[in-house]
Design a protein around this ligand. Structure first.
Ligand code: GDG
Length: 485
């Protein structure tokens, strides 16, 4: 991407860092994940500044650590300190127990609490204050995700007129569901104070526009383009587009080809030469459809007995949000289901489910991708699902098959070449396992080759460029109309 004419400020709930206390003193290192990898070069190039909650209390010498980080990484950090109670109500409460389940169509998991909502508003205001402290008139601002929907409107309330973009990483629900949120109108109006709103899929973009038109009477559609729709909201024009997020294809492809990963992958398959590995990797989350997946696998073993001894499910579950009661219950359910399937089907020398409840290091993660003949990714709902893309980028021999839920955002781009399933359809998903297992090498090659070519072309660097360039265009447009008035 070309250098921008202005400084880029990124705002997210968490800063992209890990702060830890070691025997040699405090340490700071960049966090992992696609967003950090994609944004780091753009931030370096454009004198970037990243604003967010550091994820620790004031026991760490943050000023000193941030100065070190700035020198080493080439962009600066600015903290938004939060109290324990704020984290409890804004993050664990409203973000993770209300917005997260509602936006994933799981109304039954929602907790609607007025106190949590009030703290959410207050913390969004705190983020806006932190931006105002450091922001200069020419800066471009890019806010991320559902924890910070109201930052744009808080900024406007303080008279900030800069161009502000927002990217929504999770799905946006239908009007029918969204209306259940008691503070839905405030949230939608808050979002309409951004200049550019980015969603993962066309469906999310449509759902959002439908909610705006129905709940905010003073809006109208000005233009419809393939990539975005422009709405007029009061005196302002707001662009709403879809920008499917992606991964750093080359990084996964190259790392998967390394000697270290090759050896680890060989080791994983060592005792299982004649067997196909079916891989599930997820954060512990009820949106990921892990119990339904286990039931479909159980049904496949029942319906297609020839799979016995010939297939094993490797299910990795990364501990997450264990403070939230629904997540603890899910863990119990998984322990019970895997135990049942293994007790029912195990034979000497063959265990049907290898269940791992921990995070894998990077080499192991890539080795799992490379070693598995089939990826089994069946969320009930997902904004995108980067694991599906990472699996394909690591499938360097073009021999993997992707079974993918039709309710993952990734299905929009990968649906033609993946075996699409409805995760609630246990019978259909069991059939897809059998179909993947029996797929010929030439069909596997053809499908995986096309999947990889598409991810290579539409990688995360392209995603960043497309969003930031549109944001810059929005800025030029508002500058032009301001100079005419
Ligand atoms: C949100 C949206 C959207 C997983 N296991 C291990 C591990 N991972 C890494 C994967 C991948 C990431 O975690 C998971 O990304 P997802 O996209 O699947 O899901 P969310 O975390 O829920 O992210 C989602 C995303 O935002 C981006 O917009 O796609 O829909 O929910 O990168 O590699 N990493 C390591 N060990 C593991 O065991 N090191």
């Amino acid at each position: 991407m070309n250098t921008l004419s202005s400084r880029l400020i990124v705002v997210s709930n968490r800063l992209p860092i890990v702060v830890s206390s070691t025997e040699e003193g405090w340490k700071i290192s960049p966090g992992s994940g696609g967003l950090v990898t994609a944004l780091a070069p753009v931030m370096k190039q454009n004198r970037g500044l990243w604003i967010g909650w550091p994820g620790c209390g004031d026991e760490a010498p943050l000023q000193e650590l941030f100065a070190r980080f700035g020198q080493e990484e080439g962009y600066r950090l600015h903290p938004v300190p939060l109290t324990e109670e704020e984290v409890e109500r804004y993050y664990w409460g409203f973000s993770n127990e209300t917005l997260w389940p509602l936006f994933h169509d799981l109304l039954g998991n929602c907790n609607f609490s007025l106190d949590n909502w009030k703290t959410y508003v207050q913390v969004n205001e705190r983020f806006a204050q932190a931006i105002i402290e450091v922001c200069e008139p020419a800066d471009i601002l890019w806010v991320h995700d559902y924890q910070l929907t109201l930052v744009g409107s808080c900024l406007r309330a303080h008279g900030v007129t800069q161009t502000v973009g927002y990217f929504h990483h999770i799905p946006f629900p239908s009007l029918d569901l969204f209306r259940r949120l008691p503070w839905g109108r405030e949230l939608i109006r808050g979002l309409m104070e951004y200049d550019l709103l980015g969603f993962q899929t066309l469906q999310d973009r449509r759902n959002f526009i439908h909610c705006v038109i129905s709940l905010v009477p003073d809006t109208e559609v000005v233009r419809r383009h393939r990539r975005h729709t422009t709405l007029r909201y009061g005196a302002r024009e707001v662009r709403i587009g879809h920008y499917p997020i992606s991964i750093d294809f080359n990084e996964f492809n190259d790392a998967a080809a390394s000697k270290e990963v090759e050896e680890a992958a060989w080791f994983l398959h060592e005792n299982l030469q004649e067997r196909q590995l079916l891989l599930g990797i997820d954060r512990l989350d009820y949106t990921k459809g892990i119990p339904e997946r286990l039931l479909a696998y159980e049904r496949a073993l029942e319906k297609y007995p020839e799979l016995k001894q010939k297939i094993s499910l490797l299910q990795v579950v990364v501990p997450s949000r264990t403070m939230v009661p629904d997540y603890r219950d899910l863990k119990g359910q998984l322990d019970q289901l895997t135990g049942r399937i293994n007790a029912r089907f195990s034979e000497y020398g063959w265990i049907p489910v290898h269940y791992v409840y921990r995070s894998l290091d990077r080499v192991q993660l890539l080795a799992h991708y490379r070693a598995s003949e089939i990826a089994f990714i069946t969320p009930l709902r997902d904004g995108m699902n980067l694991v599906a893309k990472e699996y394909c980028a690591s499938s360097i021999n073009n021999n993997g098959v992707l079974i993918l839920s039709e309710f993952a955002g990734a299905a929009d781009q990968m649906g033609k070449q993946a075996l699409l399933v409805n995760p609630y359809d246990i019978e259909g998903t069991a059939d897809a396992i059998y179909r993947a297992f029996t797929m010929s090498p030439s069909e596997r090659h053809r499908r995986m080759w096309a999947l990889r070519a598409d991810i290579r072309r539409n990688d995360v660097h392209r995603w960043v460029s497309r969003f930031v360039e549109t944001l810059q265009r929005s800025r030029k447009k508002s500058e032009n109309s301001a100079s005419k008035n």
